[in-house]
Design a protein around this ligand. Structure first.
Ligand code: SAM
Length: 217
């Protein structure tokens, strides 16, 4: 096995572990060990292109004057904020204090909140003009309930750009959740953009996310 293949195999193991998480306590424990190696041994080794793809979709959709401040949901080590080059006021929220301590070193965030989003919006303010997320609505992490709870953090008209792992989208029936939100006039202008989660040569190339784009009514 070459050095590159060894690194990929290790990164695939890390991803498998993350998908198998069961609850918030598991998540906090797992990401405590994952945080110091996340950028290099996971993101770089597996060609994790999802954060920059998500940021690109968001920047294409945003109206220059109405999208700040932005909230990065499940911000982890800060890869989405690093790619959001057109935005200066970005806050991040994450369950893991260890992931947040790496995010802090990137100097991309105005404010970071350590909060479990399965318990509702907690300390988050309700005036965001944009809400983005990559990698957090996935197996073993957040489901449709957290998405509905998050709506309160955006002001009316806020642009949401929420990436959801494509298998998780099916399994957790996000389709039904979005149909309900549209029917109740909680959101408008709903579209979906399919994007690759990884580039390169690992066995995860081909994994996709459905990036849901909508506005809060
Ligand atoms: C795969 S990482 C994605 C991080 C970053 N967005 C990226 O794309 O690199 C998933 C993140 O979701 C966070 N997370 C998982 N469950 C959470 C919860 N209940 N509340 C808040 N954050 C959570 C984890 O701590 C982790 O940082």
């Amino acid at each position: 096995m070459t050095d590159k293949q060894g690194k990929q195999a290790q990164a695939e193991k890390l991803l498998k572990g993350a998908y198998a998480l069961k609850n918030s306590k598991d998540n906090a424990r797992y990401y405590r060990d994952f945080a110091p190696i996340y950028d290099e041994q996971f993101a770089e080794a597996l060609g994790y292109s999802y954060p920059s793809a998500l940021a690109g979709i968001y920047m294409e959709q945003q109206q220059p004057d109405d999208n700040t401040p932005v909230l990065d949901v499940g911000c982890g080590t800060g890869l989405v904020a690093e790619a959001l080059t057109s935005n200066s006021k970005i806050d991040g929220v994450d369950l893991s204090a260890d992931m947040l301590s790496i995010a802090e070193t990137k100097r991309c965030y105005r404010q970071l909140y350590c909060h479990d989003l399965t318990t509702g919006p907690g300390p988050l303010p309700g005036d965001y003009g944009g809400v983005v997320s990559a990698g957090t609505f996935t197996h073993g992490h957040l489901g449709p309930d957290a998405l509905k709870d998050l709506l309160v953090v955006g002001r009316p008209g806020a642009l949401f750009c929420i990436g959801i792992n494509a298998h998780h989208f099916e399994q957790a029936d996000f389709k039904k959740a979005f149909a309900g939100l549209l029917e109740n006039l909680a959101i408008s202008d709903y579209t979906e953009v399919v994007c690759d989660i990884f580039t390169g040569s690992s066995s995860h190339v081909g994994d996709q996310a459905i990036v849901t784009v909508f506005r809060k009514m």
